[in-house]
Design a protein around this ligand. Structure first.
Ligand code: CA
Length: 229
């Protein structure tokens, strides 16, 4: 973390202070912006490693910031700070290029953990092999094994699992999953994603109706959780 710079764009002073104190204590350099216009200016300087972005902001809102940054080619990871119960906000933010979100009120420790995970992935330290339960997912070999025995997945099932398992705890919208796994195939709909999740669950979940790995996130999409061993 040392030397990594986080930009906190948040108009509520108490929240900004709490975040600033905690991220500084965790070893980050912290910059802050109290409105969207200042936040966008800071973000566009291109020297921050991570952006914590409130949605409802004076002058320029968080969505517009997200959209503008991604449209201008900036790949700086963005964690949205969203209000509770606004799933449509989360979907919109993720579709506009945010990398993750936390819902207010959130635990600062959880946010720190997500920030650290996001930065690790950004630095290219994402592992090529994921272990969960009895499974080993080898991204390079494009292979899923259960206790050493290969499990046959369709290319889409593999792509879906690789996408979700590569970012445990991160919810993906159906739209994101479609664009990343199916690409620009015009004949697919969100139902294709749901069907693929259903068949994948039958292959990896002990009880597909009560999944341990691939969870449905209501109003948003799907999320992979790896239970602690
Ligand atoms: Ca706000």
């Amino acid at each position: 973390m040392a030397g990594e710079t986080v930009l906190i764009v948040e108009d509520e002073a108490p929240m900004r202070r709490v975040l600033t104190d905690n991220f500084a204590f965790a070893g980050y350099s912290v910059r802050t912006a109290a409105d969207g216009a200042a936040g966008l200016d800071e973000a566009m300087r291109g020297d921050v490693d991570l952006i914590l972005l409130d949605i409802m902001l004076p002058k320029v809102n968080g969505y517009e910031i997200c959209r503008y940054l991604r449209a201008s080619g900036a790949t700086t990871p963005i964690v949205m700070l969203t209000a509770k119960g606004q799933e449509s906000d989360i979907v919109l933010g993720l579709n506009l290029g945010a990398d993750d979100y936390v819902t207010k009120p959130f635990s600062v420790n959880e946010l720190l953990a997500r920030a650290a995970a996001l930065l690790r992935r950004t630095r290219g330290e994402a592992p090529q092999v994921h272990q969960f339960g009895p499974f080993t997912l080898d991204l390079a070999a494009r292979e899923l094994k259960r206790g050493g025995a290969p499990i046959t997945l369709t290319p889409k099932e593999f792509g879906l699992l690789a996408l979700l398992a590569g970012k445990p705890g991160r919810a993906f919208t159906r739209e994101e999953i479609l664009s990343r796994v199916w690409g620009h195939d015009v004949f697919v709909t969100w139902r294709s994603v749901d069907r693929c999740v259903t068949t994948l669950r039958t292959k990896i979940e002990a009880n597909p109706r009560r999944p341990a790995y691939i969870h449905t996130v209501r109003e948003v999409g799907y999320r992979f959780d790896a239970p602690q061993a």
